[in-house]
Design a protein around this ligand. Sequence first.
Ligand SMILES: Cc1cc2nc3c(=O)[nH]c(=O)nc-3n(C[C@H](O)[C@H](O)[C@H](O)COP(=O)(O)O)c2cc1C
Length: 244
Amino acid sequence: MNILTKIFLIFILLALVAILFTLGSRILTPGTNNLDMETPGPAIENNGMHQLPQPNTDGTMSLEKALSQRRSVRSYTHESLSLSQLSQLLWAAQGITSERGFRTAPSAGATFPLEMFVVAQNVSGLGKGIYHYHPHENQLELLREADVSEALFRACLSQSMILDAAAVLVFAAIFERTTNRYGERGERYVYNEIGHASQNVHLQVESLGLGTVVIGAYRDQEVEEVLELGEEYRVLYLMPVGKP
Ligand SMILES: Cc1cc2nc3c(=O)[nH]c(=O)nc-3n(C[C@H](O)[C@H](O)[C@H](O)COP(=O)(O)O)c2cc1C
C-alpha cells in the first residue's frame, strides 16, 4: 500500500468517526427543541407526565375580533383536538407569564387557588382519561385512564356538549389557599378568579377557531365523584371544547 492510499484510508476513517459522533450525540441528547417545532409530535410520556407544546404568545386574531365574535357554541364535529391547541387553552386559563410565577389571569394576593383538569376524550397524542395541568412545568399529569364521558354527561344534567367535546376543561379550586389569607371574603375572590380564567379560555377558543360554552349547571357532588380529584378540590366550572 503506497503512502497516498494510506492517507486516503485514514481520511475516510476520520470522516466516518465524525459522522457517527454527530449522529450519536443527536440521538442521546433529549429533544429540548421539540417544543419549538411547528408540528409537534406525540407528547413525551414519562411517569404519566406529558410535556405540552410551547404556547404561542403572538397569535393572529386581534383581541377585538375575538371579543366581538365570542359566542357560546354547543355542538361540535368529531374532529380531534391537537395537543398544541390543548396546551394553548390551558395556558390561556392559568399559564405562567412571569418569572415570579404570575399567570395569564389575575389572582387575589397571588394565592392562586385555581387548578385546571382535563377530561381528554379525543385529543391526538393523549389517551382518554383525566389529567392535571402543571403550569410551571407546562406538563399534563395523567391521573386516571378512563372514559368518564357518559357519567360526566349525566352529572351535567345530560348536556350533550359533554359527550360531543374533544376535551372538557375542568376549573377547580382549593379555597383555603385564598381564604387562609382573606377569610370569608376570599371565597368571593375565588369566584372572581374563575371568571377571569374562563373568559381567557373563551377568547382563546375563539382565536383558535374552536367552540366552547361554560357549564355551571351540574350536580356538584356527582361531578366531583366522577372525576375523583380529591377532597381538597371544588369544581366550579366546566368548558367542553370541540371543532364547531
Ligand atoms: C355562570 C354561567 C353558567 C352557565 N351555565 C351554562 C350551562 O350549564 N349550560 C349552557 O348551555 N350554557 C351555560 N351558560 C352559558 C349561557 O347560557 C350563555 O353565556 C348565554 O346564553 C349568552 O350567550 P353567549 O355566551 O353566546 O353570549 C352559562 C353562563 C354562565 C355565565
